[in-house]
Design a protein around this ligand. Structure first.
Ligand SMILES: Nc1nc2c(ncn2[C@@H]2O[C@H](COP(=O)(O)OP(=O)(O)OP(=O)(O)O)[C@@H](O)[C@H]2O)c(=O)[nH]1
Ligand SMILES: [Mg+2]
Length: 302
């Protein structure tokens, strides 16, 4: 928090808004829409997000500190999954306002189970996302009724993170529930994450997007070297997998796939950083890196 910030106008509000929910409901897409820039990676696969990512939205009357979280999963029980679920609940319990995102197609037992675990003493807004995929909006009513049986939500807002529909309304409803406080970050600051972190995440996104169902769940990206030069970044990154067979999948026949991952990552990085990027990408096998919470911590999983 910045204690040197100039005084904010009277009545100014500032606080944390946790964005939580099951995997794949559109939390990261929503965060990016809220701040108007891609900060958090997205894909069709479950549990794309693995770290808390903050996005700052500053308005004349308020500063919202949105926290994107890993999707809360009830199926897998491994160490990585445990850590991701814990992050989601921890962020929710530290926030001033909680936005629970669900998919407009249905309210599932997974949503139900997660909703019941959220803190009882905090405002929870239900964002029913992907309404662009529902032609008959009357279908949302029975779903919202079911959701309200799990807990009483302070507000229910149908939104589309993809088109931006009603996202402004969601922001207004969050602002109304934030405490009065001066802003915590500079007006032009968008996130608390470093370029280096965002670079690793963009590579991981390509891995998630370019590998079909054979994507090894136990893969991650480590930045080995990150050199900031004028109008150029020189980055060495390693994709870590747990087994030799997974390495072969990531490399692809004749190294085709890793080449594509590298090219698409580089183009995205250049767009994000606004400068040229030189990216070298390696694949390494490190068996057991995701087996224990201790080794997960060594790779940046809190
Ligand atoms: N049609 C439609 N698709 C959406 C919308 N929001 C997100 N999606 C898609 O849903 C998929 C999952 O989006 P993400 O933002 O990665 O979901 P997430 O909740 O962050 O997922 P995890 O990080 O895995 O928990 C992506 O293919 C998005 O493009 C929406 O409003 N409408
Ligand atoms: Mg996500």
């Amino acid at each position: 928090m910045n204690t040197d910030a100039p005084p904010s106008p009277p009545g100014f509000r500032c606080g944390y808004v946790a964005i939580v929910g099951r995997p794949n409901v559109g939390k990261s897409t929503l965060l990016n829409r809220l701040v108007g820039q891609k900060l958090s990676i997205t894909s069709r696969k479950a549990q794309t997000t693995r770290h808390r990512v903050m996005g700052v939205l500053t308005r004349p009357d308020a500063q919202l500190l949105f926290l994107d979280t890993p999707g809360y999963q009830t199926r897998n029980t491994g160490a990585l999954n445990r850590v991701l679920n814990r992050t989601a609940l921890q962020v929710a319990s530290d926030a001033d306002v909680i936005v629970l995102v669900c998919d407009a197609s249905s309210w599932t037992s997974g949503d139900e189970q997660f909703a019941r675990q959220l803190p009882k003493d905090r405002p929870v807004l239900l964002a029913v996302n992907k309404v662009d995929t529902v032609a008959d909006k009357a279908r949302l009513l029975p779903m919202v009724e079911r959701a309200n049986r799990a807990r009483v939500f302070d507000e229910v807002v149908p939104i589309s993170a993809r088109t931006g529909k009603q996202v402004d309304l969601l922001v207004d409803l969050c602002v109304a529930r934030l405490p009065e406080a001066p802003r915590a970050f500079e007006e032009d600051q968008l996130t608390d994450r470093s370029e280096r972190f965002l670079a690793a995440e963009l590579v991981r996104e390509k891995l998630f997007r370019l590998l079909g169902d054979e994507l090894p769940y136990e893969s991650t990206v480590v930045i080995e070297q990150y050199e900031e030069l004028p109008r150029l970044r020189r980055i060495h990154a390693t994709i870590l997998v747990a087994r030799d067979a997974q390495k072969a999948i990531v490399l692809g026949a004749g190294g085709e796939r890793i080449k594509r991952i590298a090219t698409e990552s580089r183009l995205d990085l250049e767009r994000m950083l606004g400068c040229r990027v030189y990216l070298e990408l390696f694949v390494k096998v490190r068996s057991g890196w995701s087996d224990t919470e201790q080794s997960l911590r060594a790779y940046g999983y809190e």
